[in-house]
Ligand binder design. Structure first.
Ligand code: NI
Length: 174
């Protein structure tokens, strides 16, 4: 089922989300919510979606990042992010809750994320580059943080079509 996406300004996006409980796993709530979140992410062509973005204030996110940094479709329940490098990167990020905009966001270049998988078993992965940005972006949502909060230079916040016209690497700037 495709769920409705909360847009910036909706209070659910600024709330600190609650931990997913054992009961949430046992009742089948986690499995069905993860299904709906994948349907929704695919319909909107996202690389990640956090539960608060579909009006659910729980610590649950799904990610699917294409190659080369690739992450296969992965649900992350109660995820915790830990940087594994001092190195910082800047990534162009957008958000389904802030449609039409893109901005340049500084973040640690590699992170470890510990989470529960769909069955409630502990899992982790170490990711870098765009995948690391995606994981951090989704986990930020669980703390009520949006990427625009992290932009260092507000001049890098722009409409996606103007970004593609003037700032994309695919063509020369003017
Ligand atoms: Ni987002």
């Amino acid at each position: 089922m495709i769920l409705k996406i909360a847009k910036m300004g909706h209070p659910v996006l600024r709330r600190k989300a609650e931990l997913v409980t054992e009961e949430d796993f046992k009742s089948g709530w986690v499995a069905s919510t993860v299904n709906d979140m994948f349907d929704t992410m695919e319909d909107y062509n996202g690389v990640g979606l956090a539960a608060p973005q579909v009006h659910i204030s729980k610590r649950l996110a799904v990610v699917e990042v294409p190659e080369p940094d690739g992450i296969p479709p992965t649900p992350m329940i109660n995820p915790v992010v830990t940087p594994v490098t001092e190195r910082e990167m800047q990534t162009w990020e957008g958000c389904l809750s802030i449609p039409g905009l893109i901005g340049l966001v500084p973040r640690p270049a590699a992170v470890r994320v510990d989470y529960l998988d769909i069955e409630g078993k502990p899992a982790h992965m170490v990711v870098e580059g765009f995948a690391a940005a995606a994981v951090q972006h989704e986990c930020d949502h669980l703390d009520g943080v949006l990427y625009i909060d992290r932009i260092k230079d507000p001049k890098t916040l722009m409409f996606t079509d103007e970004y593609e016209r003037h700032h994309s690497n695919l063509e020369d700037d003017d």
